[in-house]
Structures are given as structure tokens and as C-alpha cells.
Write a protein that binds this ligand. Structure first.
Ligand code: DC
Length: 226
């Protein structure tokens, strides 16, 4: 029997940083589902398909083979056999991922891949629809959020630390727009599952959030196993 932890929440809430640390401490596999939507978005951008062209995006799913593998514990996303990890973290790809993830064919393809991964392995999976749709029976469900200002500040600091010049207001505006689209789309919108625990990380450190989720997991799945 395998265990699963579902973490959903808006962009920049700290899901991946936190999920990676928990995976390491508990020996679970971390599955970053956003990276899969980003790989699909890269495929769509490479084909020059506009975000509004639903039928062309559905068609593009047919020749996108997206798989993931693990190298030294890190998730590597393969798009038609090519490692695209280095190309999916741009704002352009992120915005296209948000826009193209409204498409039912894109979601069907990626959700089935995500569910297969969780069948046999202990996973901590993050995204927008994990607790509500991908893993409705997850052992632990968390809805992780933070104010848009805090999330934009984190993103701004991350980019500035990398030497990328950026504009704080623009980043916050993008984040708010992305939330709007992710929360209001027709299929599997971002929302807190009824049985998910709400955690607001605005005033919490990464370590505090990690400790809270590990405590929840130990309580829910039993101490002897972990
Ligand atoms: O988490 P992220 O920023 O890498 O995700 C990029 C986009 O992919 C996000 O704006 C919406 C979409 N996404 C989704 O629809 N469902 C998921 N489970 C994960 C991501």
C-alpha cells in the first residue's frame, strides 16, 4: 500500500520548496505536476500555437509524449525524450501553462500520468487539482496559500538573486491574473478540497510549514511506517 500527500495552492505559495523538503525527510517521491503542464506549454509554444486556439492545443497533445524520471532524487521532465527542465521555468512558459491547462485534453493526458505515478509509490504531489481531482483519496491534503504581495515578493527576490532585472508590480499583476485563471476555469479549478487543511504561509517560515505537514502525516498514516 502506498501513501500520498496532496498539496494545492496558488503560484508562489512555496509548494515545491516545501514538498521537496518533506519528500526528503519522509522518503517519498516528489511529483511536481506544474512542471508537466509547463512541458506541454513549451511544446505548444514551439509549435507557435496561440493560447486561445483550443482545437490546435488538443491536437498538439497527440504528439507530445511527456514522461518524468528521477536523477539523483530530482524530477526530470522529458518532452518527446528531451530533458526540458532548463527551459520550462520562464514567465512565458508559466503563463502558457496556465492558459493551456484549461484544455480538457491536456488535463486528461497529464492527470492519468500523475495517477499512475501514485499507484505504486509513496508520493507528495503538488499542483492545483491534486486533492480535488488527481488524488481524491490522498492521506493528507493541504491547501497552501499566502497573500499575493508575499508571493510576488518571494518571486522578485528569487529573480533578483539570479541577477534577472524585474518589476515588482508587474510580477504581482501576473500572479493575480494567473490565480484568476486557475481558480475560475471550467475543468478542475484551483480550490481547497473539503477535507484539506488550510495553511497560510505569509507569516510562517519554510521550516514551520514543513514541520506542520510532517506532523499531520505522521498522525494520519501512523508513526510506525514513517
Ligand atoms: O505550479 P506551476 O506554476 O509550475 O504551474 C504552472 C501552471 O500549470 C499553473 O498556472 C496552472 C497549471 N497547473 C494545473 O492546471 N494543474 C496542476 N496540477 C499544476 C499546474
Amino acid at each position: 500500500m502506498s501513501y500520498s500527500i496532496a498539496i494545492d495552492g496558488p503560484a508562489g505559495a512555496g509548494k515545491s520548496t516545501i514538498a521537496k523538503k518533506i519528500a526528503k525527510q519522509l522518503g517519498f517521491i516528489y511529483v511536481d505536476t506544474g512542471a508537466m503542464y509547463r512541458a506541454m506549454a513549451l511544446h505548444i509554444l514551439r509549435k507557435g500555437i496561440p493560447a486561445e486556439d483550443g482545437p490546435a492545443i488538443s491536437k498538439a497533445c497527440e504528439d507530445a509524449d511527456i514522461t518524468i524520471q528521477y536523477e539523483n532524487g530530482e524530477q526530470v521532465v522529458l518532452l518527446n525524450g528531451e530533458n526540458v527542465n532548463g527551459q520550462i521555468r520562464t514567465e512565458e512558459v508559466g503563463n502558457m501553462a496556465s492558459a493551456s491547462s484549461v484544455n480538457g485534453d491536456v488535463r486528461k493526458k497529464l492527470v492519468s500520468l500523475q495517477q499512475k505515478l501514485a499507484e505504486t509509490k509513496d508520493v507528495i504531489m503538488d499542483g492545483r487539482d491534486i486533492g480535488t481531482c488527481v488524488l481524491p483519496r490522498a492521506d493528507v491534503k493541504v491547501y497552501l496559500t499566502a497573500s499575493s504581495e508575499v508571493r510576488a515578493r518571494r518571486r522578485y527576490d528569487e529573480l533578483t538573486a539570479k541577477g534577472v532585472s524585474c518589476d515588482f508590480d508587474r510580477i504581482e499583476k501576473d500572479i493575480i491574473e494567473r490565480d484568476e485563471r486557475d481558480m475560475n476555469r471550467e475543468i478542475s479549478p484551483l480550490k481547497q478540497a473539503e477535507d484539506a487543511v488550510l495553511l497560510d504561509s505569509s507569516d510562517l517560515s519554510i521550516e514551520e510549514v514543513v514541520a506542520e505537514i510532517i506532523a499531520m502525516t505522521k498522525k494520519n498514516v501512523g508513526m510506525n511506517r514513517l
